[in-house]
Design a protein around this ligand. Structure first.
Ligand SMILES: [Cu+2]
Length: 108
């Protein structure tokens, strides 16, 4: 029993460190996203210049899960998503140094 618990603790530690080191995103197709930060969440409302979302924790930039308004960056790609959708949120720093939405994609 003790052995089992030890190996369980060990594999949990491994999984945790793997997740912690997995912060560099591979983007395949969209190289323009290289500087971006990705998060998953739910899209609540789409406004003229911002969207209201509940996003999951974003460890890359130290954000806890929260519901918030995010500004839409110039030319943000949000076609194909609707209010109420689960979405992948791609954030980038805007000119003011604050994160805004570069793109929203419907999550599966
Ligand atoms: Cu937030």
């Amino acid at each position: 029993m003790r052995k089992f618990l030890l190996s369980l603790a060990f594999s949990t530690a491994l999984a945790t460190s793997a997740a912690a080191s997995g912060t560099s995103h591979e983007h395949g197709g969209h190289a323009n996203m290289a500087e971006g930060v990705h998060a998953t969440g739910e899209l609540h409302t789409i406004g003229e210049k911002s969207v209201n979302v509940s996003h999951d924790p974003i460890p890359d930039i130290g954000w806890p899960a929260m519901r918030m308004d995010l500004p839409l960056l110039e030319g943000a790609q949000i076609e194909g998503v609707s209010e109420g959708d689960k979405v992948m949120i791609m954030l980038e720093k805007g000119a003011d140094g604050m994160y805004g939405v570069r793109a929203l994609e419907k999550a599966n």
